[in-house]
Design a protein around this ligand. Structure first.
Ligand code: 5RP
Length: 219
């Protein structure tokens, strides 16, 4: 199977965690796009979705799924999203699609984070994928220097602003052996809007698309 077929497989498999008539949290990315398409085909549909990006909002709306603002919802049973990397504890790197801040906001509303990913995303240690960090523009050089002091090389993602209007750094060369500690540290640096380490909001379970089928991993 191709990587895209594996993404489609787990996108469809995620439907088993979505209750008809409920409000579902929806992430961003090519794997989630498959999930949105599957969501639109449910015989008994969801009541609405809370979306983590303009791109997902547009796709949901185009498929007739009502989208609510995150601020209008107090709690979600489940948030479904992809990942750039996921480790053995369900900690993730996210933000390859520049939606990390809104993804964390919607994940924070949810009782359960269901990660959908093809097998290439499973890693032992986070950090081979460049770590995305959303930063207020005037702080970019200082945040980059702070990463350099940790052994990381931070480069601004060219031509990209987030849905919140901020630039992103992609940080290479990190080996994130303690994701929670690094997330906590980087979150405190002035000018950081959010860091793409999801340890505090790690996955509750992962549906991993493999050549043998969908593997369900509980954390
Ligand atoms: C977007 C994300 C995505 O979940 C992540 O980049 C994975 O994307 P894809 O499903 O396209 O491989 O964090 O900000």
């Amino acid at each position: 199977m191709t990587q895209d077929e594996l993404k489609a497989l787990v996108g469809r498999a995620a439907l088993q965690y979505v209750e008809a008539g409920s409000i579902v949290g929806v992430g961003t990315g090519s794997t989630v796009n498959h999930f949105i398409d599957a969501l639109a085909s449910m015989p008994r549909p969801v009541a609405a979705a809370v979306s983590s990006s303009t791109a997902s909002t547009e796709r949901l709306a185009a498929r007739g799924i009502r989208v609510l603002e995150a601020g209008a919802v107090e709690r979600l049973a489940v948030y479904i999203d992809g990942a750039d990397e996921i480790d053995a504890r369900g900690c993730m790197i996210k933000g390859g699609g520049a939606a990390l801040t809104r993804e964390k906001i919607v994940a924070d509303l949810a009782d359960r984070f269901v990660c959908i990913a093809d097998a290439s995303k499973r890693v032992e240690v986070l950090g081979r994928f460049p770590l995305p960090v959303e930063v207020i523009a005037m702080a970019l050089p200082q945040v980059a220097r702070r990463f350099a002091a940790l052994g990381g090389q931070a480069v601004q993602r060219p031509g990209v602003l987030t849905d919140n209007g901020h630039p992103l750094l992609d940080v290479r060369g990190l080996s994130i052996t303690d994701p929670l500690a690094m997330e906590t540290e980087v979150n405190q640096w002035p000018g950081v809007v959010s860091v793409g380490i999801f340890a505090r909001h790690r996955a509750s379970l992962c549906l991993l698309g493999t050549a043998q089928g969908v593997q369900t991993i509980h954390y």
